[in-house]
Design a protein. Structure first.
Ligand code: PLP
Length: 306
């Protein structure tokens, strides 16, 4: 517990919420801010800290088991936190051991994380009851955290982020990238009735991503799809996934490079690059009300760009 306090003392919280004024077509019609969750910590990346925070606070098991790919921001944040908190961590990593491990995996090794490679077929079972029961038998008294840290308690940490924003900016619209949907769920569940959220899908998942978001929403039995509930105050834009998760085009790479040379903070192509590209494109198409106050959530993840 004391370890957790000293870890928290190294985090920049509340994270800054800064005005953002790019010289992009259409940007002068609205007011923009960026919620800099990427600034929380150099390793414990943005929304991954938000999602893990309550789990780590309540931690009373003997060890943790969790999942991710070889570039996972979640495993990276969790691996660092577990080293700081002296919690044994087993990372079940999708795929096969490679002769050239990713920088993320190299960090995990350095931090004393036990890495086990899991073939794709087994990895697909990561949320099934029988596989989880099997893991529980094997890793006695372990806390098993789902991929991405996306579990019900993750929502609370994200809600806290929205409360921080609300205490500094009176916003109409808030934007964030969507992969597992937990972050957007947390945001939506913390909005006031006049506010709305736009998720930018970073993978091909029309319909699928909406279901994920609804599944995490508190009162999910009241949630309906857009068609049946026109008053729903959120939606996911699927025009900016660039072909799929972690898929990058030369144009997107160029956009990120230019952005990183000219803007006061950095982005990477998997999450924040697609988010800010979407923002730029939507501004140029007049997608927002004149004078709208828009907050863009920078969810971190810069380690993944290495
Ligand atoms: C994991 C991650 C996301 C996706 O968040 P979800 O809650 O899974 O939708 C977005 N941005 C960054 C930087 C991430 O690491």
């Amino acid at each position: 517990m004391n370890d957790l306090l000293s870890l928290e003392a190294t985090l920049t919280l509340p994270s800054p919420c800064q005005p953002f004024a790019p010289e992009w077509p259409g940007s002068s019609n609205v007011n923009l801010w960026v919620k800099r969750d990427d600034a929380i910590h150099s390793v414990i990346s943005g929304n991954k800290w938000r999602k893990l925070q309550h789990t780590l606070k309540a931690f009373s098991h003997s060890q943790i088991v969790s999942f991710g790919g070889a570039y996972s921001n979640h495993l990276h944040a969790l691996g660092f936190a577990c080293r700081e908190l002296d919690i044994p961590l087993t990372a079940l990593v999708r795929g096969h051991e490679s002769a050239t491990p990713s920088p993320m995996l190299q960090d995990l090794v350095k931090w004393g994380v036990d890495i086990e490679f899991v073939d794709r077929k087994t990895y697909q079972q990561r949320n099934t009851e029988s596989y989880l029961a099997q893991l529980e038998r094997r890793f006695d008294s372990a806390l098993i955290i789902p991929e991405g840290g996306s579990e019900a308690s993750a929502i609370y940490g994200i809600q806290e982020m929205v409360r921080e924003v609300n205490s500094t900016v009176d916003f109409d619209t808030i934007m964030a990238p969507v992969a597992s949907g937990a972050t957007l769920s947390g945001i939506v569940s913390a909005l006031t009735p006049k506010q709305s959220a736009i998720g930018i899908g970073v993978l091909k998942g029309e319909g699928y991503l909406e279901n994920l978001v609804e599944q995490f929403l508190p009162l999910s039995d009241c949630a309906h799809s857009m068609k049946t509930n026109p008053t729903q105050n959120w939606n996911i834009n699927h025009s900016y996934h660039f072909g799929g998760y972690a898929k990058v085009t030369p144009e997107l790479r160029e956009f990120c490079d230019t952005f990183n040379r000219t803007m006061p903070f950095h982005i990477e192509p998997v999450y924040s690059g697609k988010l800010f590209w979407a923002l730029k494109d939507m501004l140029s198409k007049g997608a927002f009300k004149q004078g709208a106050n828009i907050v863009v959530v920078h969810t971190g993840g810069l380690q993944g760009a290495r």
